[in-house]
Design a protein around this ligand. Structure first.
Ligand code: ADP
Ligand code: MG
Length: 452
C-alpha cells in the first residue's frame, strides 16, 4: 500500500462509517507504512488508536481486502507534535500558541485512559452512589444533576469515573463536545491564553463545549484569577444547561481558599463522595484486574488466598493495590512460577510495611491524652483553655493527616464540633509547626509513636 491507496481506502471508509465519525476518527489518521500485512498509522492519542482499532479495525481490513491488500495487523504510532488537553503539565511549554487548536474535536475528547471505563469499574458499597450518579450523567440525560460534584481521597476512582463518563458520552453521541481536563490544566490554558492575548478564544472554546469535566478542582483554591475565569465558564455553561462534572479530594465546603460564590454554585447540583474502600470492594477490584490480565496472559497462576491477603493488608488506596498486583505479575512472569503467599510477602515487603499500620482516631485521641496528660473528657469538652485546646488541636491535626476521616467526621468525634473548627485547628498546628520547634517536635514524635 502507498499513501495514495490509503487515501482511496479512507474514501471508502467515509461512505461506510458516515461523515461525522469519519471526521473524528479516520481522517486524523496518517499513513506511515504497509509491509508484510502490517499497516502503520499515526494517531493523536493512544485512546484514539484503541478506539479506531476496536471500532473500525475490521472495516479497515475489509476495505483493504477489496482493494486487493491483506492486512493482518494495524499499529498506531502516536504523533508527538499534537497537543492534547490532558497532556501532563511538563509538556505544556511546547504547546502551539494558538488556542484555536483546542477546538479540534479530537484533541478535546481524547487522551483518556482506555482502561478507565464503566465496565472496568468495580462497584461496591463505598462507591455505589458515585457510580450511579456518574452512570446517570453518562446517559446525557442529567438536567437534575448539574453540576455533579464527586469527591473523595486519593486513588478512590474519581478520575476513573470521569473518564468513563467521557468515553460513554462520546460513544453514544460522537458529535457531543466533551472536554475532560484537570483544574491544573485549566489554569495553564488560562494563563497561556492571557499571555498570548487569546482570551476571547479561550472563552469561546470553553463556552462552546457540551460537557465540561474538571478534575481535582481543589488545585485552583487560592488562585484568584483562575477561579474567576472558572466561575464565569461554569456559569455560562450552567445557564446553557450544559453538563458539568467536577471532582475534588474533599467536599466543596472543605476546600480552603475557594471563593464562597464558587462553593455555593458547586453545591447546588449533586454532591457525592467516594468512601474509603472496604475489604469486599478491594477484593473485587483485585479479582477484576486478575481476570483482565488473564485475557492477555493465560498462564498467570495465583495461589489461593493471595488476593485476600492483599485486600486485607493494603487498605490505603486502590492505586497502591494495583501497583502491588502489577509487581506480582511482573515477578511471576520473570521467574515463571506461581504467585504464592510467600512470594507476595517477600516481593511486596515495602508496600506492606507502609500499609501495615492503620491508625484510628481512637488511638490518636488516647495517645494525645497520654502524651499531654489530659483526660479524654477534656478533649471532648467545650473547654478552651490553652492546656486543653492545644492537645485537642494536635489530635485533630493528626486525625486529618493520619486517617482518611473528613473534617466533619473529625468534628463529630470531638464532641460534635463544627468542621470549620477542625479546619482551623489543622491550620493552626501547621502554622505553629513552622514557628515553634516544640510543636513540630511534638507532632513528629506523636506521629512516629502512632505509626510504630
Ligand atoms: P482518584 O482520581 O480518585 O485519585 P483514580 O480514578 O485515578 O483515583 O484511581 C486510581 C486507580 O485505581 C486507577 O487505576 C483506577 O482504575 C483504580 N480504581 C479505583 N477505583 C476502582 C474501582 N472501583 N474499580 C476498578 N478500578 C478502580
Ligand atoms: Mg484523580
Amino acid at each position: 500500500m502507498t499513501k495514495k491507496i490509503w487515501a482511496q481506502l479512507s474514501e471508502r471508509l467515509e461512505k461506510i462509517v458516515g461523515k461525522n465519525s469519519f471526521q473524528t476518527w479516520i481522517k486524523p489518521l496518517n499513513f506511515i507504512s504497509y509491509e508484510d500485512g502490517l499497516l502503520e498509522l499515526t494517531v493523536t492519542t493512544r485512546f484514539q488508536g484503541d478506539w479506531v482499532s476496536r471500532n473500525y479495525g475490521d472495516e479497515i481490513k475489509g476495505q483493504a481486502m477489496r482493494l486487493g491488500l491483506k492486512i493482518d495487523r494495524i499499529e498506531f504510532k502516536i504523533k508527538d507534535n499534537q497537543i492534547s488537553l490532558t497532556e501532563p503539565e511538563k509538556s505544556l511549554p511546547q504547546v502551539p500558541t494558538k488556542v484555536q487548536t483546542l477546538s479540534n474535536k479530537n484533541t478535546l475528547g481524547a487522551s483518556l485512559d482506555s482502561r478507565f471505563t464503566f465496565e472496568r469499574f468495580v462497584v461496591g458499597k463505598p462507591n455505589e452512589l458515585a457510580h450511579a450518579a456518574a452512570r446517570r450523567v453518562s446517559t446525557g440525560d442529567s438536567a437534575a444533576f448539574n453540576p455533579l460534584f464527586l469527591y473523595g481521597g486519593v486513588g478512590l476512582g474519581k478520575t476513573h469515573l470521569m473518564h468513563a463518563i467521557s468515553v460513554e458520552l462520546q460513544h453514544m453521541s460522537p458529535d457531543l463536545k466533551v472536554v475532560y481536563l484537570s483544574a491544573e490544566q485549566f489554569m495553564y490554558r488560562f494563563i497561556q491564553a492571557l499571555r498570548d492575548k487569546q482570551m476571547m478564544n479561550f472563552k469561546e472554546i470553553f463556552r462552546s463545549v457540551d460537557v465540561l469535566m474538571v478534575d481535582d478542582v481543589q488545585f485552583i483554591a487560592g488562585k484568584e484569577s483562575t477561579q474567576d475565569e472558572f466561575f464565569h465558564t461554569f456559569n455560562a455553561l450552567i445557564d446553557q444547561k450544559k453538563q458539568i462534572v467536577i471532582s475534588a479530594d474533599r467536599a466543596p465546603g472543605e476546600i480552603d481558599g475557594l471563593e464562597e460564590r464558587i462553593r455555593s454554585r458547586l453545591q447546588c447540583g449533586l454532591v457525592v463522595d467516594l468512601h474509603p474502600t472496604d475489604y469486599e470492594l478491594r477484593l473485587g477490584i483485585l479479582q477484576e484486574k486478575v481476570q483482565n490480565y488473564r485475557l492477555k496472559y493465560t498462564d498467570l497462576d495465583i495461589a489461593n488466598g493471595v488476593l485476600e491477603f492483599l485486600a486485607h493488608k493494603i487498605t490505603t488506596n486502590v492505586r497502591v493495590l494495583e501497583g502491588a498486583l502489577t509487581r506480582l505479575f511482573a515477578f511471576s512472569s520473570l521467574v515463571g512460577r506461581q504467585i504464592t503467599l510467600d512470594m507476595a510477602q517477600e516481593s511486596l515487603a515495602d508496600i506492606l510495611r507502609a500499609s501495615d499500620r492503620k491508625v484510628t482516631m481512637d488511638e490518636i485521641m488516647k495517645k494525645i491524652c497520654h502524651y499531654y496528660n489530659v483526660r479524654m473528657s477534656d478533649l471532648l469538652s467545650p473547654r478552651r483553655s490553652r492546656n486543653i485546646a492545644r492537645p485537642r488541636q494536635m489530635a485533630m491535626y493528626l486525625s486529618k493527616n493520619m486517617t482518611s476521616r473528613s473534617y466533619p467526621e473529625i468534628g463529630k468525634q470531638f464532641g460534635n464540633r463544627d468542621h470549620t473548627t477542625v479546619m482551623h485547628a489543622v491550620k493552626k498546628i501547621e502554622e505553629l509547626k513552622s514557628q515553634d520547634s516544640q510543636v513540630s517536635d511534638d507532632a513528629e514524635l506523636l506521629r512516629r509513636m502512632l505509626e510504630a
